[in-house]
Write a protein that binds this ligand. Structure first.
Ligand code: GDP
Ligand code: MG
Length: 163
């Protein structure tokens, strides 16, 4: 049986990098032309022998600041609704930002399962952000480096219950 995972988070936290790693293809980034990104992109993902459908959320290149929050919210809500579980990414190098807190609040309100992921956690720089992530109140963060492929075993373990 397969299940569906949505990748949620503010721009630049590494959502598409994780999507590409899990799908095993660079197509998503090549496709990621500013302004023409589709709102939700499903792909067939695999970690070890765990297979699932993954939805990357993007389409945030809209330069109009008045509409940015609205678009982020609408797109995020649609992806969360479609998914069995959301991977909520923050950037461990930056730590928790107000926009991250905004997403956390949205996820808590929707009430569906969330796996918190502190991405860009490789090396010393990521350590503070991983600890800060606990303050979001969404449980223990999975420390990940989507770019370097670190933490995939922990991500596997976090997603296994949804199979
Ligand atoms: P998105 O906007 O959330 O989809 O983020 P992207 O996947 O486009 O990544 C934004 C930037 O973060 C790119 O320059 C990536 O190379 C970089 N990035 C993604 N994952 C990692 C990571 O694990 N470590 C580091 N250091 N950089 C990363
Ligand atoms: Mg992206």
């Amino acid at each position: 049986m397969t299940f569906t995972v949505a990748i949620i988070g503010r721009p630049n936290v590494g959502k598409s990098t994780l999507f590409n790693r899990l799908v095993g293809s660079k197509i998503a980034i090549v496709d990621d032309t500013p302004g023409v990104t589709r709102d939700r992109r499903p792909g067939e993902a695999r970690i070890g022998d765990l297979h699932f459908t993954i939805i990357d959320t993007a389409g945030l290149e809209d330069a109009d600041p008045d509409s940015l929050e609205g678009r982020m919210r609408a797109q995020t809500e649609m992806a969360i609704e479609e998914a069995d579980v959301s991977l909520f990414l923050i950037d461990a190098r930056v730590g928790v930002t107000p926009v991250d807190e905004h997403f956390a609040e949205l996820l808590r309100r929707v009430g569906k399962p969330v796996v918190l992921v502190a991405n860009k956690a490789e090396g010393k720089l990521g350590e503070n952000g991983v600890m800060e992530a606990y303050s979001l109140g969404l449980g223990e963060p999975v420390a990940l480096s989507a770019e370097h492929g670190e933490g995939m075993a922990d991500l596997f373990a976090a997603l296994l219950p949804f199979e």
